[in-house]
Design a binder for this molecule. Structure first.
Ligand code: FAD
Length: 646
């Protein structure tokens, strides 16, 4: 094992205050240095990403008076992947009077993450959640309302209260419109400069500080350098390393991976979330999977036939011959167990031969009871657009036959390591949203990603980045600064290399094969033998990629083949680190299930004595093993115990 990595010194989060957990965020806001409004105009910040995390950060920093440069690779900030979020956003408002509180959201999130997140961060997230809803309502986000006019709530997995705010099945879109209009207001005011269709391909580090980025204009191919006093990465998650996932096709790891190679630690890369309710894979030529929102588990019941190989029409299978396995195994939480647990349970029943649909890789999500209980109009009002989407994709009418669902890659809890201030291990480089590792431990609870992205962007970063910027403006840097020239040159050389190989295989064929390796060996279940095999095969495939990939076209044009090639090259390196991380963590926790470490009834078995830490990986150099730095996790407020949803 130790041949694959080196163990370095332990690290600590130096920024998190001590003292009562409920007072830490207040304390930090008070102790963090401020920048007076007149001085903010002299300071600049680059924000890469215009999803919920990036747009909210750029808008808020612009409003505060900083000079912001915002980047995204889409043609509009509004096309960021956040727009796809369906189900909702959590907040501890307790509007339902069902026993919710900031403490309960904190508790649920720490437990849901299987005790692999930081208490300080999660408590702050729960506190700030309450403010997010007020902020979004003030922006005009049309959250669903009850008959009396109050905001409505529903439940998501891993909790027994209703704290999820939603806008039909389009919550991400509505929240993003809110953040986008705030961003555009700043563009109009001249505090934010928007750079669409620009892909960050390198980080510029000068004298140990993040001072800029190298970006490619995706229309002309021009390689540009941009400079600032600080850089914020809000570039989203890396689930597409698996090729098939519910993420938007463009989601990638390049921004964070390039920063990792420049010194930013990458934390817990193996923590991946496999979502239980996705439309099953339907064929070899598929390049994208579709999520059916977790909110459907509020009213839909999940089942498979009792007998393996039962191919009857589901409507002909009588009640007593059905196994509502989640309700049976987890009576307390039923269909609303956390995602990692629901996904593994689906895999188990399919492994037993009881899966349904083509290939037996599916389980039913059945609304017959809900339609009988609530009536079709009520079900339509809650989930109509999701039902329509399902019908368009599968050709089946879910009001009449149960949906078929199967787990798929959905979210990545791992990401760049950040301290309590959201600052990475490179001074001046901050990371927000899905791109950082901070709050979800080994498993994220549903509707908590939107909460975290907006907490980071609207509330946390704008209060912590001042502490760093107060020492600025830093020494002037420009194209003539050697580090900037070298970074731009490295980008050009890599593009030239990719275009010159002229081999026989498409970028997609490599990506697909990589995805298969990751799904087979580093997916829902992992073990020592498989992970070792995966590391070997990834290395071989990467080698072949650099000899035999065929990248069409030229740099000086819109070239999607070239864009993908760069991203897949980074996925190769990330994939290897994910497998090494999964190999070294010889325990199961949350979404990381090692078959060697399970309880008698097949649940994830943690080993807190050995693994209660964040695994922060330092880049060891090209071709050199990575360096593992452990950040110990301590629990003062939530007792670490075996998770139980029974
Ligand atoms: C189908 C689906 C449904 C979901 N539903 C929910 C839900 O209901 N509730 C919930 O809480 N979570 C949900 N999630 C998760 C949630 O949507 C994401 O975690 C969240 O939106 C990520 O936001 P972000 O701002 O961090 O990143 P993103 O929205 O992914 O934005 C990334 C931004 O970075 C930019 N970018 C990336 N790399 C570069 C680069 N190299 N150069 C320039 N720009 C770059 C992109 O252009 C984009 O603007 C869902 C996820 C999926 C896939």
């Amino acid at each position: 094992m130790k041949d694959l990595y080196i163990e370095g010194d332990e690290i600590r989060d130096e920024k998190a205050p001590a003292g009562p957990v409920a007072e830490r965020w207040d304390q930090r806001r008070f102790s963090a240095k401020l920048v007076n409004p007149a001085n903010r105009r002299k300071l600049s910040v680059i924000v890469v990403g215009t999803g919920l995390a990036g747009a909210s950060a750029a808008a808020t920093l612009g409003e505060a008076g900083y000079q912001v440069k915002s980047f995204c690779y889409q043609d509009s900030p509004r096309r960021a992947h956040s727009i796809a979020a369906q189900g909702g956003i959590n907040a501890a408002k307790n509007y339902r009077n069902d026993g919710d509180s900031i403490y309960r959201l904190f508790y649920d999130t720490v437990k849901g993450g299987d005790f692999r997140s930081r208490e300080s961060n999660v408590y702050r997230l729960s506190q700030v959640s309450v403010e997010i809803i007020d902020q979004c309502v003030a922006q005009g986000v049309p959250f669903a309302r009850e008959y009396g006019g109050l905001l409505d709530n529903r439940s998501f997995g891993g909790v027994q209260v209703s704290r999820t705010f939603y806008a039909r099945g389009q919550t991400g879109q509505q929240l993003l419109i809110g953040a986008y209009q705030a961003l555009e207001r700043q563009v109009q005011a001249g505090t934010v400069e928007m750079n669409t269709r620009h892909e960050m391909l390198e980080l510029i580090v000068v004298d140990g500080r993040a001072r800029g980025i190298v970006a490619r204009d995706m229309v002309t191919g021009e390689i540009e350098t941009h400079f600032a006093d600080a850089v914020v990465l809000s570039s989203g998650g890396y689930g597409n390393v698996f090729y098939l996932s519910t993420n938007a096709m463009g989601c990638n790891v390049t921004a964070t991976w390039r920063a990792h190679r420049k010194g930013a630690y990458f934390a817990n890369p193996c923590y991946t979330q496999i979502h239980p309710t996705c439309i099953p894979v339907s064929g070899d030529y598929q390049s994208k999977l579709t999520l059916m929102s977790e909110s459907l588990r509020n009213d839909g019941r999940i089942w498979v036939p009792n007998e393996a190989g039962d191919t009857r029409d589901p409507r002909e299978i009588p009640e007593e011959e059905r196994d509502y396995y989640l309700e049976r195994i987890y009576p307390a939480f039923g269909n609303l167990v956390p995602r990692d647990i629901a996904s593994r349970a689906a895999k188990n029943v399919c492994d037993e031969g009881r899966g349904v649909g083509p290939g037996g890789l599916g389980v039913y999500l059945d609304f017959a009871d809900a339609i009988k209980r609530l009536g079709r109009p009520a079900v339509e009002a809650k989930y109509g657009n999701l039902f329509d989407m399902y019908q368009r994709i599968t050709g089946e009418n879910p009001y009449e036959v149960p949906m078929r669902i199967y787990p798929a890659v959905h979210y990545t809890m791992g990401g760049l390591w950040v301290d309590y201030d959201l600052q990475s291990s490179i001074p001046g480089l901050f990371v927000t949203g899905e791109a950082n590792f901070s709050d979800h431990g080994a498993n994220r609870l549903g509707a908590s990603a939107l909460m975290q992205g907006l907490a980071d962007g609207y509330f946390v970063l704008p209060n912590t980045i001042n502490d760093y910027l107060a020492a600025g403006p830093f020494e002037e840097v420009d194209e003539s600064t050697p580090e900037a020239g070298e970074a731009a040159e490295a980008v050009r050389a890599r593009i030239d290399k990719l275009l010159s190989i002229n081999g026989n295989r498409t970028v997609d064929s490599f990506h697909k094969e990589l995805g298969h390796i990751m799904w087979d060996y580093c997916g829902m279940e992992r073990n020592e033998e498989g992970l070792r095999k995966a590391v070997e095969r990834i290395r071989e495939l990467r080698e072949e990629f650099w000899q035999n990939v065929r990248v069409l076209g030229e740099n000086e044009e819109l070239n999607q083949s070239l864009e993908k090639a760069g991203r897949v090259a980074d996925f190769f390196e990330l994939a290897e680190l994910m497998c090494i991380d999964a190999l070294h963590r010889r325990e199961s926790c949350g979404g990381h299930f090692r078959s060697e470490s399970q309880t008698e009834d097949g649940e994830a078995l943690r080993h807190d004595d050995e693994f209660a830490y964040v695994a922060a990986w330092e880049f060891g150099g090209t071709g050199e093993p990575p360096v593992l730095r452990k950040e110990p996790l301590e629990y003062e407020y939530v007792e670490m115990k075996q998770r139980s949803y029974k």
